[in-house]
Design a protein around this ligand. Sequence first.
Ligand code: SF4
Length: 197
Amino acid sequence: MGMTMSDKKEQIEKIPEREKPTFVDPPPGHTGAGFFATSMDQAIGLARKNSLWPLPFATSCCGIEFMSTMSSHYDLSRFGMERLSFSPRQSDLLMVMGTIAKKMAPVLREVYTQMAEPKWVLSMGACASSGGIFDSYSVLQGIDRVIPVDVYIPGCPPRPEQVIDGILKIQELAANESLRRRYSKEYEELLTKYKID
Ligand code: SF4
């Protein structure tokens, strides 16, 4: 005899907390016998949210903290993020971690412009967000001087829990972004402000 839904739930309850599989809640929609209907925005948002491909632009110590966030204890793959990409064209989340020298700013900008839309940017730590303690002639005082940033993570270095919090915020943005936002006037103005075509 097949298992009922409540049998399955009971079985899952018995699994130790750390080993439980990750379940993704469906987006808001309409259910009935044998069907579920939702909007295209919601369905695509759900897919994007749970399959972010990060490009780790790690230049110093914050990158080490990110390594710890990726490893088994914090296990970022729970968020569909096990596939790190070092190719801008195959990633949609730029994670900037560490001090960015002014000489490196054009490189960062180039990487950003090579990424396909839709894309999001996470600035991790004080250095990437504001130059941190390095208020000097050679250090960029925040990556938002050259590229738009979606989420900032404070700290020096931020703890893995903060990195996860930042990623959850990016996931929220990805899930709720309208499919048309990237063609909107507001988005075009934002890129024009940064002189990005
Ligand atoms: S914020 Fe702190 S830990 Fe992160 S790169 Fe800067 S100095 Fe290093």
